[in-house]
Design a binder for this molecule. Sequence first.
Ligand SMILES: Cc1cc2nc3c(=O)[nH]c(=O)nc-3n(C[C@H](O)[C@H](O)[C@H](O)COP(=O)(O)O)c2cc1C
Length: 405
Amino acid sequence: MTASKLNDPLTLPCGALLPNRIAKAAMSEHLASPNQSPTRGLVRLYERWSAGGAGLLITGNVMIDRTHLEAVRNVAIGADSKIERFRDWAEAGTSHGNQLWMQLNHPGRQTPRHLNPDPGAPSAVEPVNLFRRAKAFGKPHAMDEAEIGQAIRSFASAAAFAKAAGFTGVQVHGAHGYLVSQFLSPLTNQRSDRWGGSLENRARFARTVLGEIRKAVGDEFPIAIKLNSADFQRGGFTEEESMRVLGMLQEDGIDLVEVSGGSYEARVMLDKVENKREAFFLEYAKKARFEVDIPMMVTGGFRARSIMEDALAEGALDVVGMARPFTNDPSVARDLLDGRTERAADPPVMPGLGRLGGTFEAMMSVAQMGLMARGKSPTLRFGGLSAVLSALYQESADLFKPKRS
Ligand SMILES: Cc1cc2nc3c(=O)[nH]c(=O)nc-3n(C[C@H](O)[C@H](O)[C@H](O)COP(=O)(O)O)c2cc1C
């Protein structure tokens, strides 16, 4: 029997080494303290995940500016952030020799109204409201040059902070409808200055952010981006445009691109997992291989070990990304790497509620992370209403809580 390709190490362009090909993709943990610092629970969760064998752990999105949150319990970095808490988090998350990258994000317009009634975005285009709840999101204003410059500087200083705290790399969240992808999409970016219009102009924000981060962290520190293969919305960022952005990233230099897709308005990234649609962004990655030579991670729907192995063997990707199964079993990577399991499992969903789809499943994952943070077993039984309420509370606290001071 040949050794599993999942166990092969990977050297990135900056020289850093991933010990194997399985990565835990970012999942917002909703485990920050009221002042947006990492909590002990978050540290405990990452200790467990580091022991679980994945070569790369990517944190849930960390906001680069405390005044721009996407959820009440986001970790965020500000000028007065205490680095010690972040050091504890980084130490726990790298305790077993894996890479730990902080995902950096700015929500732009995709932020609950009660957290930010006047968010900045490339253009004043109002989002379609989540859960059809009236006015969940505020109407954004178009960012001016000063705000754009500030956001770019905040990305760079947050990356330097992550490095100083002991994280071994950073990933810019350029997918799922947040600020970077708002700049990329012609639906949300209707500017006529150098930040909008042509694809070159729409990509300028992402490229400038990545360039400034490189200056802040040096040449040997991994920098990655999560990019939509497409928005899956009419008139939005297309697959063809996404491929052209890959070309630009190759020109600039990037260590890893993670392929995903969708936004709050078209939540394809959380689509139900079905065998024939396993790894829904794999086809895109295969095409991208003909266009660019960039280390590529694909996330979304990977569950069967054989499919992961085949994708690696045919060179469709370099790193297999997986999210929800890590909330069902923190050691799922080790079991796949050692060949002890053929298929990663998602967290259980209460009978009858599965039809609510990806959003509801995401809440289950949040509840499971909450349990692991408290040192408990991640496998909820979902016997009663309390489990549902706890999950709903943890992810949706934003929607139901009164306005923050
Ligand atoms: C609870 C939850 C939170 C998530 N938070 C983030 C996030 O902070 N940043 C991000 O890029 N993707 C986030 N995602 C998307 C995942 O990284 C991933 O793209 C998606 O779950 C599909 O992968 P999977 O089928 O292996 O779960 C989140 C997903 C879930 C379930």
